[in-house]
Design a protein around this ligand. Structure first.
Ligand code: NI
Length: 176
């Protein structure tokens, strides 16, 4: 297993719509293992393949608490098949938008279908944190970021901040 570099805003790849996965095979399972390691090391509770620059419909999630055993879950070609009318608000962050957090309101529960790492179709009823993480990660597969769910004013501000940081890095200057 190996960690993979995580791409960050304003990398245009984050806006790609990821492609459906046609075959669940060993190379895919190696990517899955790399993504789980990358997510755990970051640390984060979810990671979409596009965040390691692979534009395919795959994500990994682990919402186990720190004192619990790790419990990584794999979702291949995930789809939300039902969302509750009830909504919930969580403070969200994203490994591709480091050190920025904002409250986002989404459906409180969702039912999602996906293939697992053996290519078997399964359905999950997700509530609480898992529901939020799944929706956040599935958004990534469609090029949508959590900042798209906040006000345009706040979004423009955070995008500008990351554009400036990328430009500084590109100039070869250093923040001391
Ligand atoms: Ni994210």
């Amino acid at each position: 297993m190996a960690q993979r570099p995580i791409i960050i805003l304003p990398d245009p790849k984050l806006r790609l719509v990821s492609a459906k996965i046609e075959r669940v095979d060993d190379p895919l399972r190696r990517l899955i293992d790399d993504m789980i390691e990358t997510m755990h090391e970051a640390p984060g509770v979810g990671l979409a393949a596009i965040q390691v620059a692979e534009p395919i419909r795959l994500l990994v999630v682990d919402v186990a608490k720190k004192e619990e055993e790790p419990d990584p879950q794999v979702f291949i070609n995930p789809e939300i098949v039902w969302s509750s009318e009830e909504r919930a608000t969580y403070e969200e962050g994203c490994l591709s938008i480091p050190e920025y957090y904002a409250e986002v309101e989404r459906p409180a529960s969702v039912r999602a279908s996906a293939l697992d790492r053996d290519g078997k179709l399964r359905e999950v009823l997700a509530e609480g944190l898992l529901a939020t993480v799944l929706q956040h990660e599935i958004d990534h597969l469609d090029g949508v970021l959590f900042i798209d769910h906040i006000s345009k004013l706040k979004r423009d501000r955070v995008i500008k901040k990351f554009q400036k940081a990328a430009k500084r890095a590109g100039d070869g200057s250093h923040v001391l």
